[in-house]
Design a protein around this ligand. Structure first.
Ligand SMILES: [Zn+2]
Length: 74
């Protein structure tokens, strides 16, 4: 699993990240997602249980705990 995208020799460390996904045209932001992040290239790995939890959140679509400002770059 590690170094799957390249031959990076960076170390992965546990961090809470902001995970953004686009689902059916809508942007969904999930804060404080536990992930392993490469300190060199920023590659992100999720545990299988974390992926399942993210999918649950997206699928059930309960009311979000916060609304975030969304800006268009262009
Ligand atoms: Zn890396």
């Amino acid at each position: 699993m590690r170094g799957s995208i390249n031959d990076c020799v960076g170390e992965y460390e546990q961090r809470d990240i902001v995970h953004t996904v686009r689902y059916q045209g809508q942007v969904i932001v999930i804060d404080h997602v536990p992930a392993e992040v490469c300190t060199l290239c920023g590659d992100i790995l999720f545990k299988a249980e974390t992926v399942r939890r993210i999918e649950d959140i997206i699928r059930t679509r309960t009311a979000p705990s916060q609304l975030v400002p969304l800006y268009e770059y262009a």
